[in-house]
Design a protein around this ligand. Structure first.
Ligand code: FPP
Length: 247
């Protein structure tokens, strides 16, 4: 039943211009919880549950890659119980959803410095990646202990370790060593909860991404809101530093 309005709306989107890669900065879980007198961890739980419907809608709208900012390299500075709650949520949500994700053809890829995550979580992440490696319906990059600057630092380290000559270091070579290697750059980055910044998300890859901010808090951000973001994206003119072509 609930797919009916979605399908009707789909008529307004140009299927040929759906952004292939969408990044989401899922902000506002804390404010969502505070407004209800709940703990911040309860907000993160609601935010995690919200992922199911957004993932499904993204696939239905034709998005190929979704990158979700789940935990940044800066998030370690939060109170320890909150950090722990986020880690436990990531592990339990993955355990609960992996069968369904796999059945729907979702490929899971983890981006971020996973060495710093605890061993149980690392194992669960590796198993999910391995199990869904051949899936092609939708790729979901989960950014965990991710930072855009760390991503670039790691790429530079890998390049140096490979013994590359300075004159062979170019944008393409750096791109090949980033965590998103093999994927197109994001076309659209959505940030919920009103803030207007990238917060160290996909810094290199976002060079020409369209940015869409909405005041809606992440646990309330649903399929209709994703639809609005895609509509707004389709109304933009992307020039990639060039000029509009004459009509
Ligand atoms: C920002 O809200 C949100 C986060 C720091 C974590 C986002 C994580 C999830 C939605 C769930 C975990 C992900 C997976 C893949 C299981 P905030 O706490 O900064 O909110 P506030 O700005 O209102 O305080």
């Amino acid at each position: 039943m609930d797919t009916e309005p979605r399908n009707k709306q789909l008529g307004d989107l140009d299927p040929a211009r759906i952004p292939a890669h969408v990044g989401i900065i899922m902000d506002g879980n804390g404010r969502w919880a505070q407004a209800r007198g709940l703990s911040r961890s309860a907000g993160h739980r609601a935010g995690t549950e919200n992922l199911r419907r957004v993932l499904q809608a993204a696939g239905e709208y034709g998005v190929r890659i979704l990158t979700l900012y789940a935990f940044s390299t800066e998030n370690w500075t939060r109170p320890r119980p909150e950090v722990l709650a986020l880690m436990v949520l990531a592990r339990t949500a993955l355990a609960r959803e992996i069968d369904e994700l796999d059945r729907r053809g979702v490929q899971i890829r983890i981006i971020g410095r996973r060495e710093a995550l605890d061993a149980t979580l690392r194992q669960a992440l590796a198993a999910a990646e391995e199990r869904t490696r051949a899936n092609r319906a939708l790729t979901v990059n989960i950014a965990l202990n991710y930072g855009g600057r760390a991503d670039i630092v790691d790429a530079v380290r890998a390049l140096i370790a490979s013994g590359v000559r300075p004159e062979d270091v170019d944008e393409e070579a750096i791109g090949r060593h980033l965590s998103t290697e093999g994927q197109p750059d994001p076309d659209l980055i959505i940030r919920t909860a009103g803030e207007m910044r990238l917060s160290n998300f996909l810094l290199w890859q976002a060079a020409y991404a369209e940015f869409y901010a909405t005041p809606i808090l992440w646990p309330d951000f649903g399929p209709e809101d994703l639809y609005q973001a895609l509509l707004a994206y389709q109304a933009r003119r992307r020039r990639f530093g060039g000029l509009d072509k004459p009509a």
